[in-house]
Design a protein around this ligand. Structure first.
Ligand SMILES: NC(=O)c1ccc[n+]([C@@H]2O[C@H](COP(=O)([O-])OP(=O)(O)OC[C@H]3O[C@@H](n4cnc5c(N)ncnc54)[C@H](OP(=O)(O)O)[C@@H]3O)[C@@H](O)[C@H]2O)c1
Length: 304
């Protein structure tokens, strides 16, 4: 198949491209020019813009991951607009091209995030949840999803993966969390009761491949492991995996001072469960946190 992927140079995209290019012809949309070849290899094709395309007739599947990093920078109005525009405008452009195609891609697989649910209490949430908390992350994800779902037709199925906290060593939150834990200064954030819905990077890549390969899959899927934990448990497990003490606590006010509203990403949470992936027959290699962390932290980074 010929697969067009946006965000293919990112933390998730690089892992996914490495798998996809074994069997498929991969085209990556990237602003990074020749650096994208350095990251991904010369056996992918890199394009720098969709502007010169009139259709996607020769593309079989589109995978849409691109977006400004959500946890980077303070969420002032300009940054919020960047976070939204980098996802919404590109998704809109992809969907327009799909609609202009005579032989459109048979699938659009588009990223979203568990931020769609907003801050929630401890109750498990599957894809049927109809009471999201209507804060910024919900607004961002909700429009991102609606724009992608507009590509849906008899010829094109759309799958949305609401991704949780991705655990890997080559990007995402985990490498940033490790330094204080390694010196014994790690600990829960705020009250520590907020739920962390995480997923091992290998399972996330396998979930994307599963949605790609199963033509009967469409609609919203939660991309999280089946056993979310609260922040205190997460922190305890991380310290234990590193064989370090777990004595500190990071007060909410300190995070709010450093990050402003973006501290919500750390201080609030939601217990998200992957009901539709599991119902569709997907099996997790790392369903529980201790195994996921020991797989990541007991081996050199190149093996992740
Ligand atoms: N990692 C997580 O824990 C997590 C959790 C939930 C949801 N997600 C979502 O999953 C997607 C992929 O995540 P990731 O961790 O792989 O992200 P990442 O490492 O930050 O990579 C995102 C990619 O998007 C592209 N991009 C960034 N800003 C852009 C802009 N302004 N315009 C166009 N393209 C832009 C970049 O590609 P180029 O520089 O090559 O153009 C970059 O490689 C993101 O949309 C993210 O929100 C991730």
């Amino acid at each position: 198949m010929k697969i067009l992927i946006t965000g293919g140079t990112g933390f998730i995209g690089r892992k996914l491209v490495a798998h996809l290019k074994v069997q498929h012809q991969v085209v990556v949309l990237s602003r990074q020019g020749s650096h994208a070849y350095h990251l991904l290899g010369h056996d992918v094709q890199v394009i720098d813009s969709l502007d010169r395309l009139d259709h996607l007739n020769d593309i079989d599947v589109v995978i849409n991951l691109a977006g400004e990093p959500i946890a980077q920078g303070r969420w002032n109005p300009a940054r919020k607009q960047q976070l939204c525009d980098s996802r919404w405008l590109l998704t809109e452009q992809l969907v327009d091209l799909i609609k202009l195609s005579i032989t459109p891609p048979k699938a659009l697989l588009s990223a979203s995030a568990i931020g769609w649910y907003g801050r929630q209490d401890d109750k498990p949430l599957d894809e049927e949840c109809d009471h999201p908390s209507l804060e910024f992350t919900h607004q961002l994800c909700n429009r991102w999803e609606s724009l992608a779902l507009a590509a849906s037709s008899e010829q094109t199925r759309v799958c949305i993966l609401r991704i949780g906290l991705v655990l890997g060593l080559d990007g995402g939150a985990l490498p940033k969390m490790l330094p204080p834990y390694r010196v014994g200064l790690g600990g829960p954030m705020g009250e520590g009761r907020q739920v962390v819905s995480w997923i091992h990077i290998q399972d996330l890549v396998r979930a994307w491949l599963y949605l790609l390969e199963h033509d009967d899959c469409q609609g919203i899927y939660n991309g999280t492991a089946p056993t979310p934990v609260n922040n205190r448990e997460f922190s305890q497990q991380l310290a234990k995996s590193l064989k370090r003490p777990h004595l500190m606590r990071i007060p909410a006010w300190a995070l709010q001072l450093m990050m402003g509203e973006a501290a919500d990403l750390l201080l609030t949470g939601q217990r998200v469960v992957p009901k539709r992936l599991q119902d569709a027959g997907f099996h997790f290699s790392f369903p529980a946190l201790p195994q996921a962390l020991s797989n990541l932290l007991d081996r050199p980074p190149s093996n992740q």
